[in-house]
Design a protein. Structure first.
Length: 185
């Protein structure tokens, strides 16, 4: 009895493979003792085209060149290794940066020294300023002496009249003509 007869499957829906090759009705099969044949069911397939779709999709996807998240053989991340290299390079160049900074500072100082200093040397102006400051001091001293001498002699007559009284602007003394009296002093 055949395989299709035992399982009740039509022979058109079965395929036979011997030594990795598909056996058809026209192929001549020489079987020896111990040879193995595989029988599989044929499945209805689609119309295809899936491979071309994958090919088109693969062309659109950009392949990444970022390997920072990958690990090396010892298990360390490439990002960490690259960062350590950058830090070591930065530290090795630190002396050069400091030297360049000092050179720029020296060049700037040399430029400043090379420029002539602008000074103002006018003797008459300087003497005039000194004389004015002395006059101001003398005038201040005289004013202070005059103020202290007037307070020591007693209160002035104008302050005696208004001492303790509140003066309202409408209460000012008037002259005979009705005009306001003006006091100076």
């Amino acid at each position: 009895m055949t395989c299709s007869g035992r399982a009740g499957i039509p022979i058109e829906e079965l395929s036979v493979v011997h030594n990795g090759r598909l056996v058809t009705e026209n192929s001549k099969l020489h079987l020896e003792a111990g040879d193995v044949c595989y029988t599989t069911l044929l499945l209805p397939g689609g119309k295809g085209g899936f491979g071309s779709m994958l090919r088109a999709l693969g062309a659109q996807i950009e392949k990444t060149t970022n390997r920072e998240a990958c690990r090396d053989l010892s298990g360390r991340r490439m990002r960490d290794i690259n960062d350590e290299k950058k830090i070591a390079e930065w530290v090795s160049k630190q002396a050069d940066r400091e030297r360049e900074k000092e050179e720029k500072k020296q060049a700037r100082l040399a430029r400043r020294r090379a420029m002539p200093k602008h000074t103002f040397d006018d003797q008459s102006y300087t003497e005039h300023i000194q004389q004015n400051s002395e006059r101001i001091e003398d005038a201040l001293q005289q004013g202070l002496k005059a103020a202290s001498s007037s307070t020591s002699s007693g209160p002035s007559s104008s302050t005696e009249k208004t001492a303790g009284k509140r003066v309202h602007p409408d209460d000012e003394p008037t002259t005979s003509r009705g005009g306001k009296k003006v006091e100076c002093g």
